[in-house]
Write a protein that binds this ligand. Structure first.
Ligand SMILES: *Cc1c(COP(=O)(O)O)cnc(C)c1O
Length: 395
C-alpha cells in the first residue's frame, strides 16, 4: 500500500491538518478499538481481561511495533507513562552508569520539560551535577570527559532543525559519555535507526506523528547490551522480574521492561495499538521522501507568495524533520485566522507558526490549498482582527 492513507483517518470535512506533529488525528480503527476494549473487554470480562484479552502483554506488543518504526530490535522498547517520566528514567540510569562524572549536556533548543526533568533529577540527587545547555550548534564542542550523559532532542520542536544522530552519538561515545535521544518529533516523521546510531537510550511520545491520541503512553528504548547495567530510578512492580510473586525486594527483569513503572494504561495502549495499523507496510524511506516533497513545496510556495513570513526552519531538507516553521510578529493571530479557515497548524512562543507534514494523510493538493489560504490570510492581513488575538491556554 502506498501513501497517503487518508481513508484510515477520520479527518473532519474542510480541514487541512498540519498539526500532526503536536497531536495526530484519529485513526478510524482506534475509535472502534476503544469501544471494544471498554465494553467487551473491561465491561464483560472485568479483571479476567488481563489474561483473556491478554492485556498483560499489550505494553510489550506495542513496544515491539514502535521498535519496528525506529530500527530497534524486538524486546528493546518498553511503553507506558509520559515522555517526561521516560526522560527522567533514561537520564537517571545514564548518570548511574558514569558515577565519576558530573555534567549533563543538553542544548538550549531542547523541549523545556526535558530540561525541567533533568533539573529536578539532579536537584534530588544533590551530588553536584550540572546541566549545560549550549546552543544546538555548539553541542559537539561541549562534549568533554566530564560529561556523564548527552541528552538531546533529535528534531527541534520549534524550528524542525535535526541533529546528526550518528555523528553526535559517536562524539559522545568517544568522550566516554552515555547518549540519550528524544525522538518526540522523529518517530513516525523521519527514518530513525536505533541500532545503527548505537545510542544507549532513546525516548519518545506516541500522540504526535504516531497518532496514539491525547495522553497516549510514551516509549523508551535501551540498547540490549546495556540493559543489565540499567538501575531503574523508578523501581515499579511492572519492571520487576516476577510482579505477581509480590516479593518485598525489587529485582529488575532482565530486559528493557525494567523501565516500566506501574499498571499500564490499557485503553490508551489499545488505541495506540490500533493507530499503529496505519503504519503497517510503510517504508520509512518512502515516507521521508514524501515528507520532504510536501515540505519543500510548502516552503517554496510560501516564500514566494507570503513575503511577510521568515523561514525559521533549515532550508536544506537533510537538516530538517517533518515540520516547517515561519517566524512572524503576529504569528499567533495569523495562525488563529488560518485555523478559522480550516488550515490547522499551531504556534510556539515567541513568534513561530508551525506546520507539520505527515504523508500518512496529506497529499500535494492539501499543501497547495493550505498555501492558498495562507496567502489569503497574509495578503488581507486577517490577523488584524481582534478576535484572533486573545490567547487560549493551549497555543
Ligand atoms: C512533546 C514533547 C514532550 C512532551 O512530554 P510529555 O511528558 O508527553 O508531556 C517532551 N519532550 C519533547 C522533546 C517533546 O517534543
Amino acid at each position: 500500500m502506498t501513501l497517503p492513507r487518508k481513508h484510515m483517518f477520520a479527518l473532519p470535512e474542510g480541514v487541512i491538518y498540519l498539526d500532526g506533529n503536536s497531536l495526530g488525528p484519529l485513526p478510524k480503527g482506534a475509535a472502534t478499538r476503544a469501544i471494544e476494549v471498554i465494553e467487551a473487554e473491561w465491561g464483560s470480562e472485568l479483571i479476567r481481561a488481563w489474561n483473556t484479552a491478554d492485556w498483560i502483554s499489550l505494553p510489550t506488543r506495542v513496544g515491539n511495533r514502535i521498535g519496528g518504526l525506529i530500527g530497534a530490535p524486538a524486546g528493546s522498547v518498553a511503553t507506558g507513562d509520559t515522555l517526561s517520566i521516560k526522560v527522567y528514567q533514561a537520564l537517571a540510569a545514564a548518570l548511574k552508569m558514569r558515577p565519576g562524572r558530573r555534567v549533563v549536556l543538553s542544548d538550549s533548543g531542547n523541549f523545556p520539560t526535558d530540561l525541567y526533568m533533568a533539573q529536578g533529577l539532579i536537584g534530588t540527587m544533590d551530588k553536584g551535577y550540572e546541566l549545560c545547555t549550549p546552543a544546538p550548534e555548539d553541542v559537539k564542542d561541549a562534549i568533554t570527559e566530564e560529561v556523564a550523559a548527552v541528552m538531546l532532542t533529535h528534531v527541534d520542536y520549534r524550528s524542525g532543525r535535526m541533529h546528526d544522530m550518528k555523528a553526535i552519538t559517536e562524539e559522545a561515545h568517544a568522550a566516554g559519555a552515555v547518549m540519550i535521544w528524544d525522538l518526540a518529533h522523529s518517530a513516525g516523521a523521519v527514518a530513525v535507526d536505533m541500532v545503527n546510531s548505537n545510542a544507549e537510550f532513546a525516548v519518545g511520545c506516541t500522540y504526535k506523528y504516531l497518532n496514539g491520541g491525547p495522553g497516549a503512553p510514551a516509549f523508551i528504548y535501551a540498547r540490549p547490551d546495556i540493559v543489565e547495567a540499567v538501575e531503574p530510578a523508578l523501581a515499579g512492580w511492572m519492571g520487576h522480574e516476577a510482579p505477581f510473586a509480590m516479593e518485598l525486594c525489587y529485582r529488575p527483569v532482565m530486559s528493557t521492561e525494567r523501565l516500566r513503572v506501574g499498571t499500564p494504561p490499557i485503553v490508551q495502549l489499545s488505541i495506540l495499538d490500533a493507530a499503529l495499523d496505519a503504519w503497517e507496510g510503510v517504508d520509512m524511506a518512502e515516507l521521508r521522501a514524501a515528507s520532504i516533497a510536501l515540505s519543500e513545496t510548502f516552503i517554496t510556495e510560501a516564500a514566494i507568495r507570503c513575503p511577510q513570513l521568515t523561514l525559521a526552519s533549515p532550508l536544506e531538507a537533510e537538516l530538517r524533520g517533518s515540520q516547517v516553521s515561519f517566524a512572524f510578529e503576529h504569528g499567533y493571530a495569523a495562525m488563529q485566522a488560518l485555523i478559522d479557515r480550516g488550515v490547522i497548524g499551531d504556534f510556539r512562543a515567541p513568534n513561530v507558526m508551525r506546520f507539520g507534514f505527515s504523508p500518512l494523510y496529506l497529499d500535494m493538493d492539501d499543501v497547495c490549498s493550505a498555501v492558498d489560504i495562507l496567502e489569503y490570510v497574509m495578503r488581507n492581513e486577517l490577523w488584524r482582527d481582534p478576535k484572533f488575538r486573545s490567547k487560549s491556554r493551549v497555543t
